[in-house]
Design a protein around this ligand. Structure first.
Ligand SMILES: Nc1ncnc2c1ncn2[C@@H]1O[C@H](COP(=O)(O)OP(=O)(O)OP(=O)(O)O)[C@@H](O)[C@H]1O
Length: 583
């Protein structure tokens, strides 16, 4: 049954906001639920202005030169026709938490220690200036209102995308104003299109007429998008191809590791792409070989920036940051008008988790960089960022691990539910099986820390009648994409994987994430957990740990400021415990 958002609202709203919605799970189709959830997610975008800690003299978006762009998009109002495309694969989680009989516990037990997340900003990052955000920015109901071109909007509509998410509403006008930006918004909130759409408004066949007039003056690569893994890189390529459409998809070229390098170089020569998307190693390799000219590049995007700036990628990222867009590639200010105030690349840094180190880096590379979150826009200069720890005394407040943990606050979608249960190492797979059955999960991603044990878990699940497959970096390129495709197509119920799949991977149908090994820290927890509950959908995260590890989960719970409730799976049901009974 297909219902319009309006119908769903009238018929389901009351149910969906209550627990009874879950009990009715088998009667309400997943499509209805996901539409309603997604509609709710979109609607929150239109709630009006946000004031970020009103402590000083107000700044408005106009002072960030955004106003003109908002007005550009205001010309005609077009009613929203729907939310995101519903999941093609039906699934519904059967969450009927039973309360352990010895305790008088309400189904939704929230720990007294756990406070709801207030802000995605690191806790100690004080905001000195107030930034009053223009109401119009967040009341955009359609892509038209954000000033995207009719050609681009047409392509979006063809792909079933009719309304921007919150973070897209915030980011598109600001990027169009040529600000360097850091985009921080929770997993699955649509950050990819938040940066792709303003870029495609300025380069390629869907760009603004004003940009079309000057197109002969530019040639070569105009945007470089860097992602930490091959899978994420390919996912972004497919997103760009989808928007460009079949006739122009050659204008984006993947430069990911593991693929044939000489073929990539040939494609660069033959297809003359305007956008390249790749992993740091491969991009810098081809660039060092003189086969990738990016000096005139206008956009540099670092997707999952906190990972890209980690030690592992240091040298490759250094080369990319030094070479991409370091010569004037833009048309002169006189021709493009006031918007064309830059002569160097525009840098866009993106992640659900932004530690202080990224804010520091953005300040040193950027021109008046701005932090964009779903409901606020803050000049980076106004954020107090602690200096890196120089002494033991400093370390308590600004150690790297502290910064990493603070980065994870607010990185999780509010639609997620989190649980943990304890099991001996040898019983974890059996607990996983019981968990899948109790929740009636259809599309499950199970995370482990190492590669070796993945196969064993797959084998044990298969032996218990659950179709499972493994995904890790040791598999060949072809095997990796085949596994992922089959999992997305529903051929396997469980994907057993390691950290490789923790970031960026978008499997909208995923309704359950299970940690079979504890994630390293709360940032890793957040990215793993974010593989479910995408775009306002419902999702459950279960951490199965050993008894003596439970304190780590409770610590992460505090750092993330989300309720991770103790539970067990018995007699085919999820039984939620009250915290005091397990401590
Ligand atoms: N405006 C929109 N309408 C409908 N669907 C959308 C819209 N924007 C994005 N999506 C879809 O939402 C899903 C999540 O988007 P995306 O992968 O960009 O999230 P993200 O914020 O980058 O997540 P992560 O932090 O995990 O990388 C994708 O399937 C994407 O196609």
């Amino acid at each position: 049954m297909r219902l319009s958002i309006g119908q769903v609202h009238r018929n389901v709203l009351a149910l969906a906001s209550s627990r009874s919605c879950f009990v009715l799970g088998d009667r309400l189709s997943f499509r209805m639920l996901s539409q309603q959830r997604a509609a709710g997610f979109h609607q929150t975008a239109w709630r009006g202005s946000q004031i970020v800690q009103d402590r000083g003299s107000p700044l408005t978006l106009a002072s960030l030169e955004v106003q003109s762009k908002v007005e550009y998009g205001k010309k005609e109002k077009i009613a929203r026709t729907g939310g995101p495309k519903p999941s093609s694969r039906g699934s519904s989680l059967n969450v009927k938490p039973r309360v352990s009989s010895s305790l008088s516990v309400k189904p939704r037990v929230s720990s007294p220690n756990v406070k709801p997340a207030k802000s995605a900003l690191p806790k100690s990052a004080g905001v000195k200036k107030t930034l009053k955000v223009d109401e119009a920015l967040f009341s955009a109901k359609s892509f038209e209102e954000l000033g995207l071109t009719p050609l681009l909007i047409d392509r979006l509509n063809k792909e079933g995308l009719t309304a921007p998410t919150e973070v897209q509403s915030a980011a598109i006008p600001i990027i169009a104003q040529k600000h360097d930006v850091v985009i921080q918004s929770y997993t699955g909130s649509g950050k990819t299109l938040a940066y792709l759409l303003p870029i495609l408004s300025e380069i390629g066949p869907l760009k603004r007429p004003m940009e079309q007039d000057n197109s002969e003056k530019r040639s070569g690569i105009e945007a470089v998008i860097v992602a930490p893994s091959r899978e994420l890189g390919m996912q972004i390529v497919r997103e760009v191809e989808k928007i460009l459409g079949p006739n122009d998809k050659r204008l984006v070229q993947q430069l990911v590791g593991g693929a044939n390098r000489s073929r990539q170089e040939e494609a660069l020569k033959k297809n003359k792409p305007i956008i390249v998307v790749g992993t740091p190693g491969r991009i810098s390799e081809i660039s060092a070989a003189g086969k990738l000219q990016t000096h005139g590049c206008r956009f540099l995007v670092l997707d999952e920036v906190d990972q890209l700036l980690s030690f592992n990628y240091r040298e490759d990222m250094h080369r990319i940051l030094e070479h991409v867009g370091r010569k004037s590639g833009t048309t002169s200010r006189d021709i493009l008008g006031p918007l064309a105030r830059r002569s160097e690349r525009q840098t866009i840094l993106v992640s659900a988790t932004i530690p202080f180190s990224v804010i520091r880096a953005a300040r040193s590379w950027g021109h008046d960089p701005v932090l964009i979150r779903a409901k606020s826009v803050v000049p980076l200069d106004s954020i107090t960022v602690p200096r890196p720890a120089l002494s033991q005394a400093d370390a308590n407040s600004s150690s790297p691990s502290n910064s990493v943990n603070q980065a994870a606050v607010g990185s999780l979608p509010p639609s997620l539910e989190h649980y943990y249960c304890t099991a001996k190492a040898q019983h974890k797979v059996d607990t996983l099986r019981r968990c899948i059955h109790a929740l009636e999960a259809q599309t499950v991603i199970a995370f482990m820390n190492n590669t070796k044990p993945l196969k064993d878990v797959v084998f044990k699940l298969e032996a218990r009648g659950i179709e499972a497959t493994e995904l890790h970096g040791d598999l060949g390129k072809l095997a990796r994409s085949t596994v992922l495709k089959k999992f997305k197509d529903g051929e396997f119920r469980v994907l057993v994987t390691n950290e490789l799949s923790a970031r960026g991977l978008d499997v909208p149908e995923c309704d359950l994430v299970v940690n079979l090994d504890l994630p390293t820290d709360s940032t890793h927890y957040a990215h793993r957990a974010g593989r479910t509950g995408r775009l306002g959908r419902k999702g459950i995260v279960v951490t199965i740990c050993e008894e003596n590890e439970a304190f780590v989960v409770r610590k992460m719970r505090k750092q993330l400021a989300v309720a991770i409730k103790p539970c067990e799976f018995t007699e085919g049901e999820l039984v939620v415990h009250k915290e005091e009974d397990v401590e």
